[in-house]
Design a protein. Sequence first.
Length: 295
Amino acid sequence: MNKIILFFVLNLFVANVFAQEFQCKVIVNSDKIPGSNKQIFKTLENSLNEFVSQKKWTNNSYNAHQQIECVFTITLLEQTNNDFRGSIQIQASRPVFNSTYSTPIFNYKDDQLSFKYTEFEPFFYNPNNFQSNLISVIAYYSYIILGVDADSFEEKGGDEFYYQAQNVVSLAQPTGNIGWNSNDGSKNRYLLTNELLSPTFDVLRNSIYQYHINGLDRMYADIPNSKDVIANAVISLEELYNQRPNSLLVRIFMDAKSDELLNIFKEGPSYDTYNLKRVLNSISATNALKWQKIN
């Protein structure tokens, strides 16, 4: 009996230590596609969820409470035989230390999604070869999320994952699929990876680290100091924004953090937000109505 109990305890321990990196859900929205046969889209959704949930993206060990929560929402707009076009919204969050709160770390909509799909085709990812544009997109953003998450725990901790994402870009570029090349509009995967790995944007990656490790993760112990750290992390982006006003990374960071910043600074204890609000209105003018609500 004791051996049986020990067996189950050990299996529970192993399952916990070697949990997947993500608690991820893939949603396929086909409302815009005409026709009554929707089973192919449910099959696609199920296959993608199975692929993401079973894939081990790193050699790191994650406990269940350390997993990154993410949602990939694929919205299909056009179908021509086995060719599909649409968008993918990527949302990810990571847990905050000593709390039940998860903080958004990435929120981005990619409007350049196109792929071929035949119902029941198997999905697999090979880091050395291009297999499928859809799986390449999923792999690319999985590595981006892992990178941003790592940056939030360690200064420039995301490098290895951004290089993996860059590898996905390099393999996909010759295929002619949109979104992988530098001339594919002002928002593309090449540009995003290029900014993440550019020394010019080290200040933003350092802000991500300070904001989370010395700000949010210490909020439970010292709210005034944590608010000061978070405010300074945002204020430090002003010079970068002045140099690169069209920066994709700054926009993504502010899109992920705008609601959170509002909630942090509209509540007590009181904090002098004059300089913070000035910078927020400069680097994220599209959220001006939110910044008005900060005291």
